[in-house]
Design a protein around this ligand. Structure first.
Ligand SMILES: C[S@@+](CC[C@H](N)C(=O)[O-])C[C@H]1O[C@@H](n2cnc3c(N)ncnc32)[C@H](O)[C@@H]1O
Length: 254
């Protein structure tokens, strides 16, 4: 399901990906002075992080894996002049390409997986001994204003999936065997022009229509108008509206 939703968002994602951009930057800036022989980018999507990898590590082969087939096709075409990137359709929970990597990165992707524990174990399997994982995650406080408001307007239509918490994520990684070297945990408020622009942006990031911000049934027309009007009033800031993104970046070794 997630694959399909992100596929349809592939065309528009980058124009609306401000929180994802700062998370990808954080994943890169956390890396120590290394020059790996090969890199695995999990949940590579439209290649925001992948692109930064090509700048930091020119000519290093990158396996860019994403579960959404259309997203992979789109990125393969878009990055045609980067022959070092190998675009692959695969699920981060189970993906195994037959060899271990000295560096694995992932940004704004793995909070979507159905089984975070299994995913952390699979990341551990995919990493070489002494290898490095730099992981950027969106966490449970993300879009908390929208969640509160949805809960007021249509409590029976609660989201089907909540994003993992910081504590859960850290525990999963450590229980899988990773050693936590560095971490950054932050909450950022992003300002949008108005409530409509905000809802459009998160839809085009592939965030809505899915289990995190959409409920088990869609809002009807009246509920949706109320959501827009109430969001505009309740979360007004700096001439627009704000939305919170809770993120964490972890630097881990095996
Ligand atoms: C918000 S995008 C982030 C893309 C990119 N890493 C970036 O920094 O902008 C999330 C991506 O994760 C992918 N994804 C979600 N679940 C996945 C899974 N289980 N395995 C691999 N990719 C997954 C989606 O298809 C989507 O392309």
């Amino acid at each position: 399901m997630i694959g399909k939703r992100f596929s349809s968002a592939a065309e528009t994602y980058d124009r609306h990906a401000r929180p994802q951009l700062s998370l990808a930057q954080s994943v890169i800036s956390m890396l120590p002075e290394i020059y790996p022989e090969q890199i695995l980018d999990l949940g590579a999507g439209t290649g925001l992080l992948t692109r930064m990898l090509t700048e930091r590590f020119p000519d290093v082969p990158i396996d860019a894996v994403d579960v959404a087939e259309k997203m992979v096709e789109h990125s393969r075409a878009r990055f045609a002049r980067f022959p070092q990137i190998n675009w692959i359709v695969g699920d981060a929970q189970t993906w195994w390409g037959g060899e271990r990597y000295p560096l694995i990165v992932s940004s704004a992707s793995l909070h979507w997986v159905a089984d975070l524990r299994q995913t952390c174990e699979n990341l551990f399997q995919n990493l070489e001994p002494d290898g490095i994982l730099s992981l950027g995650m969106m966490l449970s406080g993300t879009l908390k204003e929208l969640h509160e408001l949805r809960n007021e307007i249509a409590p029976e239509k609660t989201p089907l999936l909540t994003l993992p918490t910081y504590v859960e994520t850290k525990a999963c990684l450590q229980e899988a065997g990773f050693v936590l070297e560095r971490r950054k945990h932050s909450e950022e408020e992003i300002i949008y022009d108005d409530a409509k622009a905000f809802l459009k942006a998160i839809h085009e990031q592939g965030v809505t229509g899915g289990k995190v911000s959409a409920g088990n049934a869609p809002l009807n027309r009246t509920e949706l108008s109320r959501l827009v009007a109430d969001y505009q009033e309740k979360y007004a800031s700096d001439g627009g509206v704000y939305a919170t993104y809770e993120t964490a970046t972890f630097l881990l070794t095996k």
